[in-house]
Write a protein that binds this ligand. Structure first.
Ligand SMILES: [Zn+2]
Ligand SMILES: [Zn+2]
Length: 256
């Protein structure tokens, strides 16, 4: 699609981070311009969708191409920031996002696409279990983005009453340490995700074999066993945490 005749290059731009979700990049771009995401969208000829989930899923390709053109990004760059390539693998999270507080702190509040995938439950960079909710308002972050861009980076933009926002600092929330077994399982699954997103059928089949509950799985795979047969990780703050030996790296776990 060619850009609309009045589609001007944005004077203030932001580069999307590797692995960043589209709605997070939109928020960073809106923040740089001192406006909310909902005010930014019409600049791309994008009528605000009915839910925040549609800011990273089923976005019309013409909108993506126009946004790339106005933000001076390579054509197709934003195709890696949406959830659509993962839909053939199973359901993705449409209502909010998990998060790693330390990743948010290190990136000035940018949100990763993988946190929306049911197969992502731990941060292998910081060795922690991902969190599901804002501890202040109890809502899943990213469910409501109408204020996003106007709130401080890394804070919860959920409405908290008439004209006020939650604004809890999600980058400062303590997270539980993940066991070595949990991190090994996450690394195995993340490698499968990368292969599956590139169109490798075997990886997609293996992921399809993993029947995951809402908050993930694969806590304590015994050596040689499928991570997907293991129980779910403990929620942060709950007693006890998964432990055990990671699966042998060279051995492909059996289907769940
Ligand atoms: Zn992290
Ligand atoms: Zn909140």
């Amino acid at each position: 699609m060619t850009s609309a005749p009045n589609a001007r290059t944005l004077p203030l731009r932001e580069q999307p981070l590797v692995g960043e979700c589209l709605d997070s990049w939109l928020e960073a771009l809106a923040r740089r311009n001192g406006i909310s995401v909902s005010v930014l969208l019409p600049a791309f000829g994008w009528k605000a969708p009915p839910s925040a989930a549609r800011l990273s899923l089923a976005v019309p390709p013409g909108i993506l191409r126009r946004a790339e053109g106005q933000a001076r990004l390579p054509a197709g760059r934003l195709d890696t920031a949406v959830l659509d390539p993962y839909l053939p693998l199973g359901p993705v999270r449409r209502d909010g996002s998990r998060y790693c507080p330390q990743c948010l702190a290190a990136s000035d509040g940018r949100w990763m696409l993988s946190w929306r995938l049911p197969w992502t439950f731990a941060c292998t960079v910081h060795g922690t279990v991902l969190l599901d909710d804002c501890p202040a308002c109890g809502r899943p972050p990213r469910r409501n983005l109408s204020w996003a861009g106007l709130n401080p980076a890394g804070t919860c933009p959920a409405p908290a009453g008439e004209g006020t926002r939650c604004e809890a600092s999600l980058a400062a929330v303590p997270a539980e340490r993940a066991s070595s077994a949990l991190l090994a399982a996450q690394q195995w699954i993340s490698a499968l995700l990368a292969s599956a997103a590139s169109g490798h059928g075997e990886a997609a089949r293996d992921l399809g074999d993993c029947r995951l509950p809402r908050a993930g799985c694969c806590a304590t795979p015994p050596p040689g066993a499928s991570p997907c047969s293991a129980p779910r990780p403990a929620r942060p703050g709950s007693p006890g945490s998964p432990s055990g030996s990671p699966p042998a790296p060279s051995r492909r776990p059996a289907p769940c």
